[in-house]
Design a protein around this ligand. Structure first.
Ligand SMILES: Nc1ncnc2c1ncn2[C@@H]1O[C@H](COP(=O)(O)OP(=O)(O)OP(=O)(O)O)[C@@H](O)[C@H]1O
Ligand SMILES: [Mg+2]
Length: 231
C-alpha cells in the first residue's frame, strides 16, 4: 500500500539557522508516528511543513500521491480544514466561545448547519470524556480538559491525518497519558493517521513507530543524542 503522506528531502532554514536538513518521512493510513528529539531539533518545523502551515525551502510533500508543498496558501488552508486536523501544545481554543462552539466551529466554517455542528460537537466531547465542559469557556477548564476539547475540535471533521505538536506538553504525566490514550484510541477507531511530536518517550510509546530528529536530520541511531566513543 502506498503511503498516505510522504516527505522527501525536506529542508528549511530560518536566517542562517538550518532547522531541517533533508528529512524523509512516510506515513501510512491509520498509522501513528511519533517525532521525538531535543528542543530545537526541528520537530515543529517538520510538522508545519507536513501540514502546509509553512512551505519547505526544498524537498517535497505528497498527500494521496499529490504534491501539496508547492500549492497556494488557500489550497493548503482548505486541506487543513477538510483533510487534516491540527492540535497544538496549548490548544488555541477561542476564549469567547464555549467548548461546544469551539468544537462545532470547523464544521460551521465548512458550511454545516449550527444545529448539526453542535450535535457532532456534543458527540465528540462525550467520546473524549469532557461532556461536562460543553457549556464552559476555555478559561474555566483544566489543562487536561482543554487538550481534550482541542482534540475534539481537531477530530470533528474526521480528518485523514491528525498533526499533534506536543499535545501533552503542558500537562502533568497522568493527564498527559490520558490525552495520549484518548488520542490513539479515537485515531484507531476512525482510521486516522497521526504525526505526534513529543519530547516524552512515555508518550511516544503510544505510537507504532517513532523517528528521532537530531539537528534537523533523522537520527539513524534513534537516540537523538551524540553517541560517545565506545558507547
Ligand atoms: N519562525 C522561526 N524563525 C526563526 N527561527 C526559527 C523559527 N522556527 C524555528 N526556528 C528555529 O529552527 C530550529 C528548529 O525549531 P523547531 O521549533 O522546529 O524545534 P523543536 O524541535 O520543535 O523544538 P521544541 O522542542 O523546543 O519545540 C530552532 O533552532 C529554532 O530556533
Ligand atoms: Mg516544537
Amino acid at each position: 500500500m502506498s503511503p498516505l503522506l510522504t516527505a522527501r528531502d525536506l529542508t528549511k532554514t530560518f536566517g542562517v539557522q538550518p532547522a531541517l536538513r533533508g528529512v524523509d518521512l512516510d506515513l501510512h493510513e491509520g498509522e501513528i508516528v511519533a517525532v521525538r528529539g531535543r528542543s530545537g531539533c526541528g520537530k515543529s518545523t517538520l510538522l508545519h511543513c507536513l501540514s502546509g502551515i509553512i512551505r519547505p525551502d526544498g524537498g517535497q510533500v505528497h498527500f494521496h500521491g499529490e504534491r501539496i508543498d508547492d500549492t497556494t496558501e488557500a489550497y493548503r488552508s482548505e486541506l487543513r480544514r477538510t483533510r487534516f486536523g491540527v492540535l497544538l501544545q496549548h490548544g488555541h481554543l477561542i476564549s469567547e466561545l464555549t467548548s461546544a462552539e469551539n468544537v462545532a466551529l470547523p464544521l460551521m466554517l465548512g458550511g454545516g448547519s449550527r444545529r448539526a455542528a453542535l450535535a457532532a460537537a456534543a458527540t465528540w466531547l462525550g467520546r473524549l470524556g469532557v461532556a461536562e465542559a460543553a457549556e464552559q469557556t476555555p478559561g474555566q477548564l483544566s489543562g487536561g480538559q482543554l487538550q481534550r476539547v482541542a482534540l475534539a475540535r481537531a477530530m470533528v471533521t474526521q480528518p485523514a491525518v491528525l498533526f499533534a505538536d506536543e499535545p501533552t506538553g503542558a500537562l502533568d504525566s497522568l493527564a498527559g497519558e490520558l490525552v495520549m490514550k484518548l488520542l490513539s484510541r479515537v485515531a484507531r477507531e476512525h482510521g486516522t493517521a497521526v504525526v505526534v511530536v513529543t519530547h516524552d518517550a512515555t508518550i511516544a510509546a503510544y505510537a507504532e513507530r517513532e523517528i528521532v530528529l537530531r539537528d534537523g536530520e533523522v537520527d539513524p541511531t534513534g537516540l537523538g543524542v551524540a553517541v560517545g566513543v565506545g558507547a
